[in-house]
Design a binder for this molecule. Sequence first.
Ligand code: GSH
Length: 215
Amino acid sequence: MPIVHGVNASPFVRKVRVVLAEKGIEYELNPVMPLGDNPEYRRKSPLGKIPCFEDGDYVLPDSSCIAAYLERTQPEPALYPADAKEHGRALWYEEYADTKLAEVCGTVFFQRVVSAKILKTGCDEATVENAVKELQPPVFDYLEGEVEEGSEGIVGGRFGIADISLASPVVNLQHAGFDIDAARWPKLSAYVERVLARPSYKTIVEEERASFSAL
Ligand SMILES: N[C@@H](CCC(=O)N[C@@H](CS)C(=O)NCC(=O)O)C(=O)O
């Protein structure tokens, strides 16, 4: 059975797990923590980051690489658009989610959950406030303008890799006790809610909530 190395609090691990769930691929989760210095893991994931995927003698780090690989090995259900322009847009939203959105949601998650509850080194509330008031709004404004009301997917109205990628960092925001304000960003908030209501997401997020509520 394939192995996903990484812990489920990571938006990138979650993204890969949702891709696997959507494609109905069974796997084992090996809870490798980020920022470790295990030389054996470094050989598999040279940047030392999670997730890393392993299937027999095939090893592949990086959530985007893993998702693209899985699309080739198990094409159904398709998670990438067939149309070239839509495919390009899907990759763009994936990139935006993995960089900018993950950063503005991750800052809050790091302070409120990782630092305060796991490392027990306290929460820098000024950093949290800056993220919520200054860093997140322009990102949410941009996405609010990109999402079509009531659509299942941000690209062509069809669910796929862009939606999986965009919803994942928002789960970290929710774990930290925040969310996208539905009054200010109604289309984006409802869209993320629809994505997170899918069975693939629901199962994984419920499992995560149970582990976080124990902290
Ligand atoms: N582009 C990578 C990003 C992965 C990533 O940044 N993972 C974080 C955990 S959420 C990590 O392992 N950080 C440890 C480090 O940067 O050394 C992906 O999509 O998989």
